[in-house]
Design a protein around this ligand. Structure first.
Ligand code: ARG
Ligand code: ZN
Length: 866
């Protein structure tokens, strides 16, 4: 085991000794014995090389030929995960024949079966489970793929590129041959076979070329593919308009499968998607699902240029394609929907998921310098913080400068496998050699920087000064350097108007910088880090009144929202301390008053009201606690909600009743905002004394005509432990047990309930016939939700930890990627009360002592144990 636990290091990068530039694949598909024949054109790439080393896992080798001649066994050695072929010529044709077993493959990596569909997932290192190959992204080859299978069982046979031949074969077989004209790394290879349903459409590109669009799914789900198709067409149009990027093949295919480790995969011309990001109609999908589909369809489409045409040299460069593509999908969603709602949601997501990752034991820079298992680095940091880093570049260069940099990037690197430095080089060259030297620290250093801001007004000189001080994070690397970042600001006069400023982007580079503004006639209030221009923790000297002023007057919508959150956060943290000190809980009347103003505000739209009404999540509050106070935090959040709900009972009910949705069902920003606000109102109304609104909730639940309201109300009934809860859950099950995506929601709601009955319920739900531990979506819905259920996972008996450890150990044997995601739920280990730490420690040690633990889980748990 030891030598497989070795860390791979960026500094050890060496270009490949040989390059395969052409590959012809033939698959004879069979559930348990698929024969894979591969013919490779191999060329020496480094002068001294004599031995060809190919990578392969779980393969049975049955034949090996060089230039048509069978190799004798003294010419090669089969190691556990490699095939070594000695004394190879400078240029040759290699034929490799192997057998694989897709049916027994539960890792969902390589070729496997999802239900009745054959499909693949090869990023980052799945291709080595299909055939022996130079399975690394800097080996780019032209792929031709022939698929042979039983025609009745598998009438549809798909791979990358364009179909070039097809025909019938003896014994009821048939074949289709595909060719991808673009060179690509093996991680972008895909194959799909099955008796699939589909919808078709087309798109005329900006230069007038017609592209066939096809979305495949299980038969019966075709009618749920239309939103995905619309999203695809919008993505194609948006990339032409915003970045001048046109699609480059004649066909674009998307396949939805139920068993998938991640969200989706950008395989050239043949995306494979988790069905949760394709299938939707108003009865089965929430507004959040609709938005998620639009953004993931966009994300994978945008990868065609940022990822596929220009790919990564090695996996340390992952953020090169992922950070950039997340930035692109965020901009896509912002241009199509409400820009500030999208921005607030992205920042909320970053703070609740990436910030804790970055302050915990698995913290890593967006460009890591070492890993044991690369699958553990498909993280919030690489993706979401990576996108923030790209956004800072855009803030520095402006939208036009950024576009010029993107054009330059494609001009210089199209068709190549490159590094993040190459991206910055293109940005710099296109923008008067903008100096990114210090900015690169964002790529190499981990942790969330803290910015302390102080302001001072000089009455005599009419000068206003903002002093910004950087504090490096507690877990920064030893020789960490200060960051270069853009802080977007505004100064607001007493009437609430922005004072005109020459420059609104402050460039912070030093530890401390004083920015002075002259000709400021009266003391302004500073609005800092507008639009969250730098991904930092900001600590200001604003008073409670200043925050209320910003909430009411800031022209920057993000900062208006932000002020509401800062106010609430301070109030909640103070109450948590009060509770801990045994004091009686009393909610600050100034806060109650401010909250009432939000409810009354006629100027703000529904979506914004819903956002500002929401109190900071418990997880956000935990981040500021040295020792996390799970119970106290939960209790205080419940107390504040109950106080507000009872104080504003009528106001909230009237607000709820005033939202009129008539006419056709829409999924635009307005309609979604209205539904979100209704959900937020009910969330509070459930706290009004005497279960006053519970019957209403139960009635509305029964008559709901869309999933957003239906699941919103079910959640309210479950979380409030309402007397109507059991009926509602049973009714929902009866109505939806045939729809796995809906059942995932049903499992998720129950596993998230903070009630003490949840633990026993989890055990019961695992036995339900709709549950299947080999399908990641179901496992995530049940156990993933339980793992984020702060009160129950951290139960003082230790039963939550034990259950999770049992499941991690069991899952690790099936699907190490999923097991390892669950292992990271224990990342709070060093920050929890001692009694819990002891209990969690026992389970962590039990996991790490397991024989034949995967690299995936080993890497995470060993980091947690430190
Ligand atoms: N490149 C895919 C995306 O971001 C993610 C694939 C990750 N897969 C994995 N097994 N780690 O769209
Ligand atoms: Zn991606």
């Amino acid at each position: 085991m030891e030598n497989t636990m070795n860390a791979i290091k960026l500094n050890d990068y060496k270009k490949p000794d040989y390059i395969i530039d052409t590959i012809y694949l033939t698959f004879n598909l069979h559930e348990t014995e698929t024969k894979v024949h591969s013919k490779l054109v191999v060329k020496r790439n480094s002068p001294e090389a004599k031995t060809l080393i190919l990578i392969g896992e779980e393969l049975t080798l049955i034949g090996l030929k060089i230039d048509g001649v069978l190799l004798t066994s003294d010419r090669y050695i089969i190691h556990k995960d490699t095939l070594e072929i000695m004394h190879v010529p400078e240029k040759f044709e290699l034929e490799v024949e192997t057998i694989i077993n897709p049916l027994s493959n539960k890792t969902l990596d390589g070729l496997y079966k999802s239900g009745s569909i054959f499909c693949t997932q090869n990023e980052p290192e799945g291709f080595r489970r299909i055939t022996y190959y130079i399975d690394r992204p800097d080996n780019m080859a032209k792929f031709t793929t022939k698929i042979i299978a039983n025609k009745k069982l598998y009438p549809i046979l798909l791979s990358n590129g364009n179909p070039i031949a097809k025909g019938d074969l003896p014994n009821g077989d048939h074949f289709v041959e595909w060719q991808d004209p673009f060179k690509k790394p093996s991680y972008l290879f895909a194959l799909v076979a099955g008796d699939l349903g589909f919808i078709k459409d087309q798109y005329k590109t900006i230069s007038g070329k017609n592209v066939a669009l096809e979305i495949y799914c299980d038969k019966g789900n075709e009618s749920k593919c239309h939103h995905a198709m619309e999203s695809l067409k919008k993505s194609m149009k948006w990339d032409e308009d915003r970045f001048g990027l046109e699609y480059d093949l004649d066909i674009y295919m998307i396949v939805a499968v139920d068993a998938f480790n991640m969200g989706a995969m950008e395989n050239k011309g043949l995306n494979i998607f988790n069905s949760a990001y394709v299938l939707a109609n108003r009865e089965t999908a929430t507004d959040q699902n609709f938005s998620g589909i639009e953004s993931v369809i966009g994300h994978e489409y945008f990868h065609n240029w940022t990822g596929n045409r220009i790919t990564c040299r090695d996996w340390f460069q992952l953020t090169l394609k992922e950070g950039l593509t997340v930035y692109r999908d965020q901009e896509f969603s912002a241009d199509l929907n409400s820009r500030f709602v999208e921005r607030i949601n992205s920042v909320q997501h970053l703070r609740s998921k990436q910030f804790p990752e970055d302050q915990g034991p698995t913290s890593h820079p967006i460009k890591p310098d070492s890993y044991i298992e690369i699958n553990n680095f498909y993280t919030m940091t690489i993706y979401e913080k990576g996108a923030e880093v790209i956004r800072m570049i855009e803030t520095f260069l402006g939208r036009d400068g950024f576009r010029k940099g993107m054009d330059k990037y494609f001009e210089l690197f199209d068709g190549q496998a490159v590094r993040t430095e190459d991206f910055l080089h293109a940005m710099s060259v296109a923008n008067n050699n903008f100096d990114f030297t210090q900015f690169k620290n964002w790529y190499s250093q981990n942790g969330t920087p803290i910015i302390h801001a102080q302001t001072a007004y000089n009455e005599l000189k009419k000068e206003f000064t903002i002093t910004l001080k950087q504090e490096l994070p507690h877990n920064a690397p030893k020789n960490a350097k200060f960051y270069h970042m853009p802080i977007k600001i505004g100064l607001i006069d007493t009437k609430g108007n922005d004072i005109f400023l020459e420059k609104t982007i402050l460039e912070l580079k030093e530890e401390v910088h004083h920015f002075t503004f002259s000709g400021i006639l009266e003391k302004p209030i500073a609005s800092l880090n507008r639009n969250f221009s730098a991904p930092v923790k900001l600590i200001t000297d604003h008073s409670f009144e200043d925050q209320l002023f910003l909430m009411a007057n800031d022209s920057d919508a993000f900062n208006r929202y932000e002020a509401s959150q800062v106010v609430a956060k301070n109030i909640l943290q103070k109450l948590i301390l009060d509770l801990q000190a045994g004091k009686e809980l009393v909610l600050d009347t100034r806060f109650i008053e401010a909250y009432g103003k939000i409810l009354d505000d006629q100027k703000i739209d529904e979506a914004f009201k819903a956002l500002t009404m929401q109190l900071p999540e418990e997880g956000i509050l935990h981040q500021d606690q040295k020792v996390i106070l799970f119970k106290e935090t939960h209790k205080v959040c419940q107390f504040v909600k109950a106080t507000l709900a009872n104080h504003f009972d009528d106001k909230i009910f009237n607000l709820y009743s005033s939202i009129k949705q008539t006419g056709e069902y829409k999924i635009d920003a307005k309609a979604m905002g209205q539904r979100e606000l209704k959900t937020k109102c009910f969330d509070l109304m459930m706290f009004v004394k005497g279960e006053k609104y519970h019957k209403l909730a139960a009635d509305q639940f029964k008559t709901a005509t869309n999933m957003t309201e239906e699941i919103g109300l079910l959640t309210s009934l479950v979380f409030s432990n309402s007397t109507y809860k059991d009926d509602a859950l049973a009714g929902f099950y009866k109505k939806w047990s045939h729809e796995t995506l809906v059942m995932q929601k049903w499992l998720g709601v129950q596993a998230s309930s903070s009630d003490d009955s949840t633990y026993a319920n989890i055990l019961k739900l695992e036995l339900n016939s709709i549950y299947d531990k080999t399908v990641p979506n179901l496992v995530r819905a049940l156990l993933g939700s339980f793992g984020s259920n702060f009160l129950q996972i951290n139960h003082e008996s230790g039963r939550g930890y034990k259950l999770m450890a049992d499941r991690i150990i069991e899952l690790d044997k099936l699907n190490p990627q999923v097991a390892s995601r669950f292992a990271s739920l224990f990342k709070t280990y060093k920050n929890i009360p001692l009694n819990l730490q002891t209990l969690m420690g026992i389970e962590l040690k039990r996991i790490i002592d397991e024989k034949s633990l995967s690299k995936n889980v080993f890497e995470i748990v060993s980091k947690i144990l430190g």
